[in-house]
Ligand binder design. Sequence first.
Ligand SMILES: [Zn+2]
Length: 256
Amino acid sequence: MNLEPIQLSILIVLGLTVGSFLNVCIHRIPREQSLMFPPSRCPGCEHRLSWFENIPVLSYAVLGGRCRKCRTRISIRYPLVELATMAFFIVHGEVFGWSALLVPRLLFACAMVVLFAIDLEHHLLPNVITLPGIAIGLISSAVLPPGLVDALVGAAIGGGVLWLIGEAYYRYSGHEGMGGGDVKMLAMIGAFLGWKLVLVTLVLSSFAGSLIGVAVIALKRGGMKYALPYGTFLALGALVASLAGDAIVNWYVSLY
Ligand SMILES: [Zn+2]
């Protein structure tokens, strides 16, 4: 264990609290609503949630996943996102230690959680996350690893490779294959992680995509046309690359 008990406690509380805010982002950003106002309400009866109905995970468990007033069912996504964010905060703390790099990597992980959930539900990767994400990634990479040049090349490769694939597919088939959102998301991943880890992300997400694709075809559910949005695979691949990418690169290099 890299973390002191007090650091672990801070990451647990912070992870649950931030996870609760990420739920607000996931619900409101695709609907183009303000993140600050109004305060959280029940989607069924508009009843405004008091503080004790808004405690991450605990409120959901105590209230049995329903609104206290009208008993409308609350999505299991809320506690799941809170628990997942908490888990990511702990794992990041263990991997990066109590270091400066922990801050941008936690921010990056939060963005990946939000993009994953929004793409899964709406097939959308909002510019309000990816564009500032590219800028913040480049700024943080200028002072912390992987360094500005590495990050600029990463953003260019990330955005460029997907753009080329999409363009080639479009010329060939006449159909829009890859959304512009994927291109911007991969540029953001490159800006935060640098060019090596953006390549790791591409390999991991294609691998995950093929596995799921094969499983779907094997189960004959919807056939070839059924596909999860690519952004969800990119988010998963990028999280693994951020946490274990350097180890994966070193292992790969050691083979030669
Ligand atoms: Zn209600």
